[in-house]
Write a protein that binds this ligand. Structure first.
Ligand code: MIC
Ligand code: SF4
Length: 644
């Protein structure tokens, strides 16, 4: 029986634990990445841990999210990040250099290595044969300090690819097909590994789109073999020496299996407001569209933009809509400039944006009221675009381009013959916007503007938790619901007291005030609570407002880990039907929490309002239990370092 690739890389990085699905394992982390929206707290936490310099092979701090400088806040954060990167031996990718995942693939990814990033789309680099995982900023800070990353050993889902994509069908359609089949919960607790004869037909650009959006499946990560296509990609980046051949053994087995015949795939599209509401483009073709946006870490490579430019060449963007294009990196931007693709896009009326997340995270370019937007991005949660009643669809750059010229959702196969695209054998690899670590950083001064507020200190968890159910929500609540992004909120990521005021704003505008007034409270959720991003602020802000525990039917992986890291108890209903027996406003009580957790036989939650007792459980590892009871990971690490 042979090993699959995911298990091989995991085994090579295993520090402790048994590689049995569901059991806790600890992994050595070779590389880390942070972005500005999660990085400010991650570096404050690294600073609080007290290690003078990162202990990874490579750690990179990117600035790509908070790029709209409407006040001093974001600019201050950028300056803080640059100075603290210099202090701690971290590469600093300056604003303008591009979206973290795209740049990391181009300039830093190495097959066979592990990467931990404080952003949920970190798995993009799995397209180059890495195990690349998204996590909360505190977990990344700990990994920067050289400690391992803990996670439950995932199941490995083998996706066998056969056949070859037809013209106008691309990587986005492959991952949309998986989302159609598996839904946004389908990947939870799994690594998706691609194998089979179809793999060699996909270039790295398709692969990184697929692994990137594996995050929307809830998967721990996704991985492709490192093969000849990978070598060509790395050679074009002038980094061929980092290539090595990696694949599953010929007789490899998987915990679960799926097969996709690439030949039969058609252009697909995700409808509002979830990435898994996937249908064929032909089923919704003809719907009038008011905005098309190409970009984001999912689809902003040179090839993606070349297809768009080709479709637009000599034509005009339809008068009923606005087209925005954000190249994924400065390298991509430079190349579209040199090849003439940029002129084609501008000539057709595209609004060129900077190399950044931009509209994907609601940083500008909100669509008009009640409009339809088609975007090459990975998330279409309600309100994320900045316009609450906009209907955002997700599709490939090919479908976006076809739609941009017709004004209605259009199947790109109606455009005729697929163009021959010329992809350079070598890209211009100019790293002028990447500041490498300096040797002697003792004298470096960390610059903190008024937007950088100190980290809150949380005390140990109390042994009796009691309070009101301050909010009850349904299934698939995203971290965008819990701690929204967008132009007015993202700049406050390093200022928790101000940020906390926006908690659950999209669900209930009174949440923050009510939670503060209640002092101590509970939140009740349905299935897949906390899906979406890696932002730890979705745990940190509720904790700051007094939320002691979240009782849900199931949790998304990263969010559950973030709750533990900040001392909020993640409780699961032992019987999911009990979800209906709690109403918002009920008073709950959990007594002898410590003893109940340690006994490992579940946690009794008393509903003081109805008199009903509800059985819950908290499947925590011994390590997680300690972290939780000590009030969070930072206190746990500090305690450990003072007792060693
Ligand atoms: C996102 O796509 O939602 C983000 C913004 O990139 C987040 C990170 C964050 O909120 O800081 C993510 O995906 O983790
Ligand atoms: Fe940026 Fe959007 Fe990618 Fe998140 S999903 S990293 S906001 S481009």
């Amino acid at each position: 029986m042979g090993n699959n690739l995911a298990r091989k890389i995991l085994a090579a990085h295993l520090v402790s634990g048994e590689m049995i699905a569901g059991k806790e394992i600890a992994l050595r982390i070779d590389q880390t990445l942070t972005q500005d929206a999660s990085g400010t707290t991650a570096y404050l936490q690294f600073e609080a841990i007290g290690i003078p310099r990162v202990r990874t092979e490579v750690s990179v701090s990117y600035v790509d999210h908070n790029m709209l400088q409407t006040g001093f806040e974001n600019a201050d954060d950028h300056r803080f990040l640059q100075s603290i990167a210099a202090k701690f031996g971290v590469y600093f990718s300056r604003p303008g250099n591009g979206i973290c995942h795209q740049v990391h693939a181009e300039r830093f990814a190495v097959p066979g290595k592990t990467l931990l990033g404080s952003d949920s789309h970190t798995p993009l680099c799995g397209g180059l044969g890495m195990i690349a995982i998204g996590a909360g900023g505190l977990d990344v800070a700990v990994a920067m300090g050289g400690d391992p990353f803990y996670l439950a050993m995932p199941k490995i889902l083998g996706v066998k690819l056969t056949g070859k994509l037809q013209p106008w069908v691309s990587g986005k359609d492959v991952i949309l097909e998986l989302l159609r089949r598996l839904t946004v919960k389908g990947g939870v607790g799994k690594v998706v590994e691609y194998y089979g004869p179809g793999v060699a037909t996909l270039d790295v650009i398709d692969r990184i789109t697929i692994t990137n959006m594996g995050a929307e499946l809830g998967a721990t990560t996704s991985v492709f073999p490192s093969d000849e296509r990978t070598r060509v990609y790395l050679k074009a980046q002038n980094r061929e020496e980092t290539w090595l051949s990696l694949a599953a053994d010929p007789e490899a087995t998987y915990d679960e299996y799926l097969e996709i015949d690439l030949d039969t795939l058609e252009p697909l599209i995700a409808q509002p407001h979830s990435p898994d509401k996937v249908v064929k483009v032909s089923e919704v073709a003809g719907l009038a569209v008011q905005q098309v946006s190409v970009g984001s870490c999912t689809n902003s490579s040179y090839r993606d933009l070349s297809v768009v430019a080709h479709v637009l060449r000599g034509k005009s963007v339809h008068p009923g809509l606005s087209l925005t294009v954000s190249p994924g990196s400065r390298q991509v931007y430079t190349q579209v400039g040199r090849s003439g693709a940029l002129a084609d896009m501008i000539g057709a009326g595209a609004r060129m944006l900077e190399s950044a997340c931009g509209p994907c995270i609601g940083m500008g370019m909100a669509p008009p009221s009640n409009s339809v937007a088609v975007r090459s991005f990975n998330r279409n949660f309600e309100g994320r675009s900045g316009t609450r009643d906009a209907k955002v669809y997700l599709a490939s750059p090919e479908t976006c381009a076809a739609t941009a010229i017709t004004g209605v959702i259009t199947d790109p196969r109606t455009l005729g013959e697929y163009p021959t695209l010329v992809i350079p054998e070598r890209f211009e690899t100019n790293d002028a916007l990447v500041i490498p670590p300096i040797e002697d950083s003792a004298e470096v001064e960390v610059i903190r503007g008024p937007n950088i507020k100190p980290l809150p200190r949380f005390t140990e968890i109390e042994n009796t938790l009691s309070g009101e159910v301050i909010l009850k929500v349904g299934d698939n609540i995203t971290t965008d619901h819990i701690s929204p992004a967008g132009t007015n909120v993202l700049p406050l990521r390093s200022n928790l007291p101000a940020l906390a005021e926006f908690t659950f704003e999209r669900v209930d505008k009174t949440f923050a005030a009510r939670a503060r007034a209640a002092g101590r409270s509970f939140v009740v959720g349905g299935t897949n609570y906390g899906q979406g991003s890696a932002r730890e602020h979705a745990a940190l802000a509720p904790r700051y407002l007094g939320v002691q525990a979240v009782l849900a039917i199931s949790f998304a992986r990263i969010h559950r880990a973030n709750l533990v890291n900040f001392g909020v108890v993640p409780l699961l209903f032992a019987n999911p039907e009990d979800y209906t027996s709690i109403a918002q406003g009920d008073q709950l009580e959990i007594s002898l929490l410590r003893e109940q957790l340690q006994a490992g036989e579940g946690v009794m939650v008393r509903n003081l309002t109805t008199g009903i007792e509800i059985k819950a459980h908290a499947p925590l590892s011994t390590r997680e239990e300690e972290i939780l009871l000590e009030g969070g990971l930072l206190s746990h690490i500090k305690r450990r370092s003072t007792t060693v």
